[in-house]
Ligand binder design. Structure first.
Ligand SMILES: NC(=O)c1ccc[n+]([C@@H]2O[C@H](COP(=O)([O-])OP(=O)(O)OC[C@H]3O[C@@H](n4cnc5c(N)ncnc54)[C@H](O)[C@@H]3O)[C@@H](O)[C@H]2O)c1
Ligand SMILES: [Zn+2]
Length: 415
């Protein structure tokens, strides 16, 4: 059982910045392990957490014989009991959570292991809390002083949400149709296992959506008003890794080095945004995902160029630094002003979106169901109520957010 006394505070510092004292704490998983074959360490980590019975929530990947036998062998070799639960129903909802909680109660597991994309990890993360807090609501999580949960190990199979490093769980409330994303440091997994073999089977489109999501996490964290020197460090390194490896992983899914770099980049991005927050691209992206049942990474990739354009003039220096890591080997001319270099960030994102067919994919979702123009007021209302509005470099008005959705629609319909 994890408790607050074991807070995963890897560094705590107080920095003097511009004459102002800034608390600079960084929260991250206690252990991360990376590399091909690292899945086989699962038993070792469960034992280290003093657990005896694992409840494994998995996406489709455990139906792969090689992967499931590696996993099960490690569990058995360490004398552990395991109960398996498959979740392939997409992004998690409060209904999915109830189903998982019933199964956990039945088997009496003392540790949760998630092996899947952000959907599976978030479902498992929420389950680790509600398994020992039956009466609690999602909304109450951030206000808990001393949150308890079962031990929790996260093994991502997308690269990705970074959920294996974050204090967030995203669960759609079936009653309201709103995607809730409560945060608490105790939600950060105890252990993250990053095994690139598990991401080889990702189809090209999901490699692209999830990779762009990770890039957006790092970029939004870097220009966030909550950014700190520690989160900046992870954000910049994440963007450097993703810019270099996402095109390679997209072109050749079997490129294990690129897959590993994407997992690391996505993990670093998770640390960055979990400590510094995502911002407007995520606040505006969540309602798109909820209303159109559209993959999270695709929503964020579609909105990111417009959000960067909107905030560029207030943080040109930061975006110029971002451009420096996106374009390697000094391919940016040193003579560029910050304003010119900053615009290259938008160009980079637009080029990625072109290469990955993001606009076409977006059109296929947004062109279905209720007309986009009619749903914009609801999207704006939900975006303004979500996390990441107040920590945006410019706190947007409803009109600003409406304008961003309209620009997106116009770009999609007249590319
Ligand atoms: N907790 C956080 O910090 C955080 C951050 C960002 C996003 N999210 C949330 O995570 C969810 C999205 O997660 P995601 O983008 O990882 O997608 P996902 O988990 O929904 O997976 C997308 C699809 O890919 C499949 N898949 C996953 N791994 C695969 C593999 N290795 N091979 C083949 N197919 C595979 C899944 O079965 C699914 O069909 C959303 O609900 C989003 O809001 C959470
Ligand atoms: Zn995201």
């Amino acid at each position: 059982m994890h408790d607050e006394n074991e807070e995963q505070q890897t560094t705590v510092m107080l920095h003097e910045m511009g004459g102002q004292k800034v608390s600079n704490s960084l929260y991250a998983p206690r252990v991360v392990t990376i590399g091909s074959g690292s899945l086989q360490k699962i038993g070792e980590y469960v034992v280290a957490l003093h657990a005896k019975h694992v409840f494994v929530i998995a996406g489709s990947l455990l139906s792969n014989e090689t992967i499931s036998s590696t996993f099960q062998r490690s569990i058995e070799q360490h004398g552990l009991d395991a109960t398996y639960f498959t979740h392939t129903k997409g992004e998690p909802t409060t209904e999915h959570l109830q189903a998982v909680l019933m199964k956990i109660k039945e088997c009496g597991a003392d540790c949760i292991v998630a092996i899947g994309g952000g959907s599976v990890m978030d479902l498992a993360k929420a389950a680790s809390v509600f398994a020992v807090n039956e009466q609690m609501s999602l909304d109450a999580i951030p206000n808990e002083n001393c949150l308890r949960r079962l031990s929790f190990i996260a093994i991502p199979t997308t690269a990705g949400t970074g959920s294996e490093a974050t204090k967030i769980t995203v669960i759609k409330d079936v009653k309201t149709g709103v995607k809730k994303n409560p945060g608490h440091h105790t939600l950060i997994p105890d252990v993250a296992i990053l095994d690139p073999e598990l991401t080889i089977s990702l189809p090209q489109s999901i490699t692209a959506y999830t990779g762009m999501d990770a890039l957006a996490h790092a970029m939004e964290a870097y220009v966030s008003t909550k950014a700190t020197p520690c989160s900046d460090f992870y954000a910049l390194e994440s963007m450097r890794l993703i810019a270099a490896s996402l095109p390679l992983a997209y072109q050749n899914g079997n490129d294990i080095k690129a897959r590993e770099q994407m997992l690391l980049g996505s993990y670093y991005a998770g640390i960055a945004f979990s400590n510094a927050s995502t911002n407007l691209a995520h606040a505006a992206g969540r309602p798109l995902g909820a209303h159109y049942n559209m993959p999270h990474g695709l929503c964020v990739a579609l909105l990111l160029p417009f959000v960067v354009e909107y905030g560029l003039h207030v943080c040109e220096e930061r975006y110029a630094t971002v451009a420096g890591v996106l374009y390697p080997n000094n391919s940016l001319k040193p003579s560029y002003s910050n304003a010119v270099a900053a615009k290259k960030v938008m160009i980079f994102i637009e080029q990625c979106n072109d290469t990955f067919g993001i606009l076409q994919a977006g059109w296929e979702y947004l062109n279905k169901g209720q007309a986009f123009e009619d749903i914009v007021p609801t999207l704006v209302k939900d975006a303004m109520a979500g996390n990441g509005i107040r920590s945006n470099q410019i706190v947007p008005t409803e009109e600003d957010v409406e304008e961003i959705y309209k620009k997106l629609w116009s770009k999609i319909t007249q590319p």
